[in-house]
Design a protein around this ligand. Structure first.
Ligand SMILES: *Cc1c(COP(=O)(O)O)cnc(C)c1O
Length: 426
């Protein structure tokens, strides 16, 4: 009866889907919240210890414990706990001395928060192209360095390490600061060294979508005592006094202090990080091995990885030859219950792509004559022509979550489904 070519088996054309149901939601750390997090929060509550510096009874602070554990885990001298990843970027920028008129080079592909943080300190975000790893392209960064450039912000998007040797080399040659945005790459590394420890400062987010999470929250790490002091002073209106910094050096700050209840959750989540990374790395390897030959045959190109061992492995990304083909492939995979999406679709607003950062692109200010662009030394642009290669790559990029909860049979079905979809391509 079945006279059909293989493409007839595609679910999108009425065939049997490769998988019965879609993937579980992608909340790697969030999905693991369990008794231990509960116990830790209860412990803080029972001591009525909700504020890092004191409570009704004497006793240890969870935030302080988290800072020590986080610094040790990532191999940094200092860690500072904050209310969000964005707060950590703002404190990091204050820490390295970025201010009005300074330019900070960041990638065309990152969450808008990276750019907002730069604007928040009065500095100008300058977008640069990403390479085939979808992270900051060092060659393009070099082209965009101006006399006003003060810092580079590599963003390790979707768990992918940036090419840190080339970026650090640029920073040294041009005397620029480096602030790493590690919000999406907790625990990932580049040639054996943890991300966040290459730059002058590394900034993490603990928001619910991230690898490990306390719902909201952020962390900053640094080996530079001066950066730490400045960040401490900015994150707490009396941070300088509390940390007994020399009175005449104390600067004003605002409050971004982490609450004890967040730290209570995060202490436990941090212990789950290596297990999560191992689970995601193993699953990504199995997926890649399973699809490699059909993908090669069909001209599907996997995302370039600057250090495969360092990749946090939260996502499997591949490029199709055209954006149209990418959209078709994503829809075809979706129908197989393999949730896939194209990263950049010009018509649908997504604040991960600079071209969609409307408030930034249109250089809107909070007040007439307000910053940061009114304070710029020169005109900067955010037109689509600014980073055409990034938009081309992102428009052809198909993204699949590598969910740590996928079982071996989930992986097998996913591999079969992907091979079916690739195989049906002309
Ligand atoms: C999530 C995220 C941030 C901001 O973190 P929040 O905790 O949401 O403020 C910054 N940069 C990147 C790349 C992110 O993914």
């Amino acid at each position: 009866m079945n006279e059909n070519p293989p493409s007839k088996n595609l679910a999108i054309e009425g065939g049997e889907p490769a998988r019965e149901k879609t993937f579980p939601p992608m909340f790697p750390g969030g999905n693991l919240i369990d008794r231990e997090e509960e116990q830790s929060v209860l412990d803080a509550l029972r001591h009525k210890r909700l504020f890092r510096y004191y409570g009704p009874e004497p006793g240890p602070s969870k935030v302080e414990e988290l800072e020590a554990a986080f610094a040790a885990h990532f191999g940094a001298n200092r860690a500072l706990a904050l209310t969000s990843g964005t707060a950590s970027l703002v404190c990091g920028l204050q820490g390295i001395g970025i201010g009005p008129g300074d330019e900070v080079i960041l990638p065309a592909y990152t969450w808008i928060a990276s750019a907002s943080a730069v604007a928040a300190v009065g500095a100008i975000p300058v977008v640069a192209e990403v390479d085939e790893s979808l992270t900051l392209d060092p060659q393009d960064v070099e082209r965009r360095i101006s006399p006003y450039t003060k810092a580079i912000m590599p963003v390790h998007m979707r768990g992918m390490p940036c090419q840190m040797d080339a970026l650090m080399d640029l920073a040294r040659r041009y005397q620029l600061k480096v602030i790493e945005d590690v919000a999406q790459a907790d625990g990932a590394s580049y040639h054996g060294r943890r991300l966040g420890t290459f730059g002058d400062v590394g900034c993490f987010s603990l928001q619910f979508n991230k690898i490990i999470t306390s719902g909201e929250g952020g962390m900053l790490i640094t080996n530079d005592e001066e950066v730490w002091k400045r960040a401490v002073m900015f994150h707490d209106v009396i941070g300088g006094m509390r940390n007994q910094l020399p009175a005449e050096e104390i600067l004003w700050g605002i409050n971004f202090r982490m609450p004890e209840l967040l730290a209570a959750v995060m202490i436990i989540q941090l212990r789950r990080l290596e297990g999560l990374l191992e689970a995601m790395r193993q699953r990504k390897r199995m997926l890649i091995e399973g699809i490699a030959s059909v993908a090669r045959e069909k001209g599907v190109r996997l995302q370039h990885v600057h250090d495969p061992d360092g990749d946090a492995s939260i996502a499997l990304i591949f490029f199709m030859e055209s954006s149209e083909q990418a959209r078709k492939t994503a829809a075809t995979l979706d129908a197989e219950n393999i949730p896939a999406s194209v990263i950049y679709k010009p018509g649908s607003i997504d604040y991960h792509i600079y071209a969609h950062w409307t408030p930034i692109v249109q250089q809107r200010t909070w007040t007439a004559g307000g910053g940061p662009w009114c304070w710029a030394h020169r005109k900067v642009n955010y037109t689509p022509e600014e980073c055409p290669r990034s938009l081309d790559l992102l428009g052809r990029a198909v993204h699949i979550d590598v969910n740590p909860l996928l079982s071996n049979s989930d992986i097998e079905e996913t591999v079969e489904g992907m091979n079916k979809v690739f195989g049906a391509m002309g």
